[in-house]
Design a protein around this ligand. Structure first.
Ligand code: AKB
Length: 338
């Protein structure tokens, strides 16, 4: 008998850590963790299996489904925006071909056990592309359908995979002879910049927020690579994990769309510095904008409209900006480096 399980790809990344923790604390879900890097031992102990391997390795994925019956996939593996700009071909392979492999696997599993596999896909504000700062300021909180003109390889990859997911859910094999094709249940969130107290992001462009706070807590000077005026929406990791699980568990009939914005608060880099300075008054924070990289931030929205997520499946962030800093980031990061 194969065992029912939830598959988490990219499990060694920031979101993977939080998600594994969440499953370990709150239910008895059998978690299969897959990542190109080994999981730290304490996390391995919380998973039923921890596999080191590549999502591009189709043989590995086939071996996996010979052992486990997969009911949900949290497909987190991706090369983030800055890293993807340095290696666009690799990014395309990992972010698009890798996602396609997982969608195929989900479809196969759905056919096999007859229940639509829930496919949870974190997308990103990188799917948006505003042409300049004036347009960004004017646009304010943007809706899912606005400004879908990504300017990064990562943003293009995410936008395309959202569409592939929708296609696999609604139309895959639409010309096949059999009439009752069971399809996967694809659900996606467009995350803002994520900030965790326990892990550091790597390869992203919104990383300056986490880098600034962690540097201040360690007493290390930090030169921020965007100007003080650069503004993005952000969310802390506990809310990000909660939103993923909440979307996965939402009754299908409540969902009016497959891709949702989620947001918690919006901050300029100057406001971020002020919050960090009020917690760590001796922090040495300077601004040294790295123009091509800072320009990417200018193409992303200052904030997003997440009202469909709020009305369809009850999304509400638990951490607005005050609580995010006072009750999560500052105490947890201070403790981490004490
Ligand atoms: C990145 O900066 O690439 C990510 C994102 C906004 O999706 N954090």
């Amino acid at each position: 008998m194969r065992k029912p399980a939830v598959l988490i790809t990219g499990a060694s990344g920031e979101v993977g850590f939080g998600l594994i923790d969440r499953f370990a604390q709150t239910d008895h879900t059998r978690v299969i963790a897959l990542d190109i890097k080994p999981l730290p031992e304490e996390l391995q102990a919380r998973c039923s299996a921890s596999i080191v391997g590549d999502i591009l390795d189709e043989n590995l994925l086939q071996r996996l489904i010979s052992e486990f019956e997969i009911h949900a996939i949290y497909h987190l593996a991706a090369l983030l925006s800055t890293r993807a700009e340095y290696t666009p071909d690799t990014a395309h392979r990992v972010n698009v071909e890798g996602t396609l492999n997982l969608l195929k696997l989900a479809h196969e599993q759905t056919r096999w056990h007859g229940h639509p596999v829930t496919f949870v896909f974190p997308s990103s504000i990188a799917v948006y592309g505003l042409p300049n700062v004036a347009a960004k300021e004017k646009a304010g909180r943007i809706r899912e359908t606005d400004w879908n003109f990504p300017t990064t390889m990562y943003g293009c990859n995410k936008a395309y995979c959202e569409m592939l997911g929708r296609y696999y859910s609604l139309h895959y094999r639409q010309l096949a002879a059999e009439s009752d094709i069971r399809r996967i249940d694809f659900r996606s969130l467009r995350f803002p910049g994520l900030i965790s107290a326990t892990t550091m992001p790597t390869g992203g462009t919104s990383d300056y927020a986490a880098e600034m706070i962690h540097a201040a807590a360690q007493g290390v000077p930090y030169a921020c690579f965007v100007p003080p005026t650069a503004r993005l929406p952000f969310m802390v990791m506990p809310d990000a994990i909660r939103s993923l699980v909440q979307l996965a568990e939402a009754p299908a009939e409540k969902l009016s769309q497959r891709v949702y914005n989620v947001s918690a608060f919006s901050l300029s880099a100057a406001q971020l510095r002020d919050r960090v300075l009020s917690a760590f008054p001796k922090a040495q924070i300077t601004f040294d904008p790295q123009i091509p990289r800072a320009n990417i931030v200018d193409t992303w929205p200052a904030d997003v409209d997440d009202s469909p997520a709020r009305s369809d499946w009850g999304w509400r962030p638990e951490y607005e900006v005050g609580r995010a800093f006072d009750e999560y980031l500052i105490p947890a990061i201070t403790k981490r480096y004490r």
